[in-house]
Design a protein around this ligand. Structure first.
Ligand code: KG4
Ligand code: ZN
Length: 380
């Protein structure tokens, strides 16, 4: 992946992501009768305004991300009001850039897809309103996409051979789910977090040890200099739900250690705490995922979501999958964090099933995974 970055006057980072192998990565359309399906996809559920053009679910013609991360860093987390306002300012420019890089116009697009939940309601509404306006003005069908289904579908982009069924570990700032992807768009949740999401735990611990926001990438980096065996932090097991996760005990244990160290006047070794905390998280995540593959009888395991770009998690999953005869799939780090290419990938499989949304589509901030309200309208 090649990333062209430009920092704008307001601090927003404009990125255009290109797959250097795009030419060779083109998806063969084996059925000559079958028409290519080109989808314009929009994602604005949190602090990235993202627009992509995706062909046949797996070929990314353009992938634009306008990241507000620098604007939120000063507040130690995402400020929803700032996020919504920036989305409004940036979204039209991102759409223009995505179409222009794909060398297409609205006329060439078969459908408009957008994340309609879960996420910050004001942020989601910007993308949803934009997608509805484009659909209304061009007469192109509208497809709503679940953000987490998008994350899972990011795996289809670089792994042309990946097809359901497979197990996917979804770990982001708001979600930690262990899912069986039974078919395209069909999910069975076999485990989820009882309290904090994995990314949330990374963010909170990073703040506590003074690394700041965004916590995940900072812990990942600091941990490389630290000793993962310096401390043994607890790895929670939930007796009646062996695939569920709980990170609050681990987080409290790290906070207790930090407070004790402060009280005793001991210097805090950030790198050792980061590495030991990270080890506890990734061992639980990988352990549950491998166990699920073995017990449910799947030999393909994918990871998705922001935390899936964690280097220790990727390394451990790789090792454990190899040891257990499981094929391991992971998106490039830039496709793990929020982007619209993944939304275009998920939308394609909805499109070919005939899923269409009406212009009454609304943002659903707590939209549950795999339990969507699917609406059909007649503008196929
Ligand atoms: O998927 P994502 O971009 O947004 C949500 O849908 O939540 O995930 C963001 C989360 C944040 O909590 C961030 O700290 C975490 O992913 N994250 C990481 C890493 N990169 C991002 N966590 C651990 N290691 C990383 N390298
Ligand atoms: Zn996300």
């Amino acid at each position: 992946m090649e990333i062209n970055k430009n920092i704008e006057d307001d601090g927003v980072i404009f990125m255009s992501i290109k797959d250097k192998n795009t030419e060779s990565a083109q998806v063969e359309n084996s059925d000559a009768e079958k028409k290519d399906v080109t989808i314009l996809a929009i994602e604005s559920s949190c602090d990235e305004t993202a627009v992509a053009v995706v062909r046949n679910g797996r070929e990314v013609l353009s992938n634009i991300i306008s990241s507000q991360i620098a604007l939120h860093t000063v507040y130690g987390g995402v400020v929803p009001e700032i996020a919504s306002r920036k989305h409004v300012e940036k979204i039209n420019g991102c759409i223009r850039a995505a179409l222009s890089e794909a060398k297409l116009t609205f006329k060439d697009i078969d459908a408009v897809a957008v994340t309609y939940g879960p996420g910050l309601v004001g942020a989601l509404l910007v993308g949803v309103s934009e997608a509805k306006a484009i659909s209304f003005a061009t007469g192109k069908p509208l497809i709503g996409v679940h953000h987490i289904e998008g994350h899972i579908s990011a795996n289809f982009i670089e792994n042309k051979d990946l097809e359901p069924p497979f197990v996917c570990l979804v770990v982001s700032g708001g979600h930690s789910h262990l899912v069986v992807v039974k078919d395209y768009g069909e999910y069975e949740i076999i485990g989820q977090t009882r309290d904090d999401a994995a990314g949330e735990a990374f963010d909170k611990v990073a703040r506590a040890i003074g690394l700041g926001y965004p916590g995940g990438p900072k812990i990942d980096k600091a941990a490389r200099e630290g000793n993962p065996d310096a401390f043994t932090f607890p790895q929670a097991k939930i007796p009646d739900a062996e695939y569920d996760f709980s990170f609050s005990g681990l987080k409290s244990s790290v906070l207790n250690y930090i407070n004790q160290a402060k009280m005793q006047g001991n210097e805090l070794n950030q790198a050792d705490v980061a590495a030991s905390f990270q080890k506890a998280v990734v061992e639980v995540l990988a352990g549950h995922a491998i166990k699920a593959c073995k017990e449910y009888g799947y030999d393909k395991l994918a990871i998705a979501g922001g935390v899936a770009s964690n280097s220790a998690l990727r390394e451990l999953m790789e090792k454990e999958c190899a040891a257990n005869g499981i094929k391991f799939y992971r998106p490039s780090p830039v496709l793990c964090t929020d982007n619209a290419a993944m939304i275009g990938a998920a939308a394609y499989y909805e499109y070919i099933k005939g899923v269409r949304f009406g212009l009454d589509m609304n943002a659903v901030p707590n939209l549950p995974l795999g339990d969507r309200e699917r609406r059909f309208h007649g503008r196929g």
